[in-house]
Design a protein around this ligand. Sequence first.
Ligand code: PLP
Length: 389
Amino acid sequence: MIYWDHNATTPVADQVLEAMLPFLTQRYMNPSSGYAAARAVRDAVEEARSHVAALAGASPGEIIFTSGATEAINTAIKGIRAMTPGRPVLCLPTDHSAVLQAIVGERGAYPDPAAYAGVDRQGRVLPGEWERETALQPAGASVTWANNETGVILDAAALVETAHRHHLPVHIDAVQCLGKMPVDIAASGAEYASFSAHKLYGPKGVGALYVRAGVRLPVMIFGGDQEQGRRGGTENVPGIVGFGEAARMALAGLDEAAAMCERRDAFERGLLASLDDIEIIAGQTDRLPNTSNILFGGCTAEALSLLLEPMGLLCSAGSACKTASPNPSHVLTAMGLDDREARSCLRFSMGRLTSGADVQEGIRIVTEAVRRVRSVQSSRTGPVTVYRP
Ligand code: PLP
C-alpha cells in the first residue's frame, strides 16, 4: 500500500516510539513531583522542549506544550481577541479549519469575528488586500505558513512585517512546514506560532505553542503551574518526549527536502505525460516538497478515491478534518476554482519513506484510475459522482 497522506498524519517513527516507551512503563512519575525519579522525568520534558525549540528556531522558554496544534491555535487566537475585544481577527480564507473555527466559533459573541484577505489562483495572498485589512486595525492576524491542502508556502515574514507596521500581533500556523522545510520562527517576527507532533513522525495529541519572549498571552487552561503557569494540567510526558525525538530527527533530516521535491516533481511529470486535462494546483508558486494537489478534469475526487484505495494508494480529497463535509474544499474555492473543479482535485502528500519505485507505481495507479473513471462517462453524463444516501 502506498500511503500518500502525510499531511493528514505520519506514522510514528521507530526511534520516536523507542524514546516514548520508558515513559509509559518504568518512568511514569509525575514531572511535578519532588523526588529524584520525577526530576529525571522533568529533565526529559525539558530536553524535548530544547529539541522542538531548535527545530522551530525558538528558545526553549518560548515553547509551551499543548494537546496539539488545534489547542495552540485556539489559545493564540482567543488570546489575541481577548486582548482587543470587539475587533475581528484577520486571516486567510485558505487557512486550516482550526484557525477559521477558532475565529468564528463564537459568532454570537462577536458579530464580526473574522476579516479576510483574499488569495489568487496560486494561493498567494493579494498584497493590496493584506495591506488594506491590516490598516483597518483588527485585533491581530493569523497566517498559515504552508497550506495543508495545496502545500503553498507564503512569505510569512513579509506578511508579519506589514501587520507589524499597523502594530498587530500575528499568529503563524506553522504545522505543515515544521520538519518539511527550515523554520526560523524568531526571524519571522511573529508573536505566536503553532506546531503539531503528528505531522513529523511524532505521536498524535501533542503540539506546541510558541510565544515570543516578553509577549503577553492570556492563560486559557487553568489548573496548575505546569508550563511556567501558562498551561495547566499534568504534562503528556510520553507524547512530549516523542515530539522531542521527532523534532531532533527532523532537524537532522531537513536536507532530504531536495530529494523529496524531485520525487514529487517526477510524479507530476509522469502524470502530465500520461494524462490530458489535468492541472497541478498552485504549480507556479513555492510549495512544500512533498505535496501535489492535482485537478483531474472530468473525474470527481470521490470516484477516484474509491478506486485508488483498493488499487493500493491512499490519498485525500482535502483536509482530513473536513472529510465528512459535503462541501468542496474551502481552500480551493477561495483560490478561485469553481465547484466542479474543486470537487475534481486530489491531494497526494508523500513521506520520508516514499521511494522512486513508489512514484512509478503511483503514476501507474493514478493514470489507470483516471482512465477508468473517464471511460464510464460521456460528454453528456458529465463527471461520475458517487451517491451516498
Ligand atoms: N493547522 C494545519 C495547517 C494542519 O494541517 C492541522 C492538522 O491537520 C492543524 C492545524 C491541526 O493540528 P492538530 O491535529 O495537531 O490539532
